[in-house]
Design a protein around this ligand. Structure first.
Ligand SMILES: [Zn+2]
Length: 241
């Protein structure tokens, strides 16, 4: 039986999240954002296979943690839905997931240098990003997380971190809400840029563990302010078009 979508506010928020991530250059034709279903255990919401800037209300589909469509949808799913499925399975604290190929992160992913918080906005990076080597899990692949096994391996590599860098591919961040996950995707990219720049100047003093914890608590309370601005920046949008 098809699982119904939750209330329309959450669906709208997910559509906005897709467009905001594009507006900030975090995703292009590829990349995706999902949210855990608030009332159906083992289910999450994600667009069908569509460029994030073009995602509409009617594109949002429910999937189970094995990556099966559980909505009445015949649309093609994203190949990498297993990233989302396995992170929701492994991490009960995670309510939203963003996967992107945002570019400033790639140099860190390919050199195994961890991203660490250079300022309060990226405090969610805490002790550093995790690293995922797909070759260890699947040998030579097309680099995509296209099945359950690779999704599980990614979730294992991520552990308790909020951000995992994927060698030769991109990154994935998680949050306790759509707003938090979008915020983290945007500031992961900004942190990468700043960390790269600062490296050339000399030794970096990153936020320590306690600073990161306190700043994360503070940021969570400020999320609506950023979220409302990001929606305003989009201008007049029709979520059905
Ligand atoms: Zn990808």
């Amino acid at each position: 039986m098809a699982i119904p979508l939750p209330d329309s506010d959450l669906v709208d928020k997910l559509v906005y999240a897709n467009r905001i991530l594009y507006d900030h250059g975090i995703v292009d034709g590829l990349g995706h954002v999902s949210v855990r279903h608030p009332t159906e255990p083992g289910v999450f919401l994600l667009s069908c296979n569509r460029a994030p800037a073009m995602v509409r209300r009617q594109d949002i589909v429910c999937y189970d943690f094995d990556g099966n469509t559980v909505s009445d949808s015949k649309e093609r799913p994203y190949l990498e839905r297993f990233i989302h499925a396995e992170l929701y399975r492994a991490r009960p604290d995670v309510m939203s997931v963003v996967h992107s190929h945002s570019m400033s992160v790639i140099p860190f992913a390919i050199t195994k240098h961890a991203l660490k918080p250079v300022f309060h906005m990226s405090s969610f990076l805490g002790a550093g990003s995790a690293h995922f080597e797909i070759r260890d899990a699947g040998g030579d692949t097309d680099m995509l997380i296209r099945d359950k096994h690779l999704g599980e391996a990614l979730a294992k590599s991520m552990g308790d971190c909020n951000c995992v860098l994927m060698r030769g591919h991109g990154s994935t961040v998680v949050g306790g809400s759509i707003e938090a996950a979008v915020f983290r995707a945007i500031y992961t990219e900004i942190n990468a840029r700043l960390q790269l720049e600062a490296q050339g100047l000399g030794e970096i003093t990153f936020l320590n563990g306690e600073e990161a914890r306190l700043a994360t608590e503070m940021n969570e309370g400020q999320l609506p302010r950023s979220w409302n601005l990001w929606i305003k920046r989009l201008g007049n949008v029709d979520l059905d078009q």
